[in-house]
Structure formats: structure tokens, C-alpha cells
Unconditional design. Sequence first.
Length: 110
Amino acid sequence: MNPFLLLAPPAAGGNGGSSMVSTLIMFGMIFVIFYFMILRPQQKRAKERTKMLESIKKGDKIITSGGMHGKVINVDEKTILIEASDNVKLKFDRSAINVIIREASEEAVK
């Protein structure tokens, strides 16, 4: 066997190695774009929602995901008791809370 054949460049049309590298680079770039455009913002929203649900306290006005408005009168570990009207108390799961309404005038007084 001729040792110079091992050092010779591949025959024409044999650039399969470079196409493999470019394919891997392209998939890597797609993953990076996917991470920054979809995964990272979704994780940020999930953290904000968790922080919001943990900050619920007695006296807050809330809106549930079903559209029920009420005032928080009791907070448990997994449930929240709200008063929707006079003598109408409803128990909801914390995950059902969509919005906490805190009026600026109440926070300014405190």
C-alpha cells in the first residue's frame, strides 16, 4: 500500500464531513433561538405567576380564571376563601387566581 494515498485529498464530491459540521451548527443555532424566543420567556412568566400566587394575603381583591371577583378573607396552603358578596363565601384553589387587584391608594396609605 502506498503511504502517500493516506495523505491525499479525498476525491471530488467527497466533502461529506463539512456538510455534517454545518448541519450541526444549524441545529445548534435553531436550539439557541428556540431557547431565547420560547423557553426563557415561558420560565420567566411561570416564576412571576408563582411569586404572585405566594404574595396573596387577606384583604386582597382578586379575579379568578373563571371571571369571579372577590375579596380574600382566608388564605390556606393550597386554597383561598373569598367573599364574593355579603355572606357569600367561596373556596378556590390557589391556581385558579388570575389577577390580584391592589389599589394604589391602599398601598400609598400603608
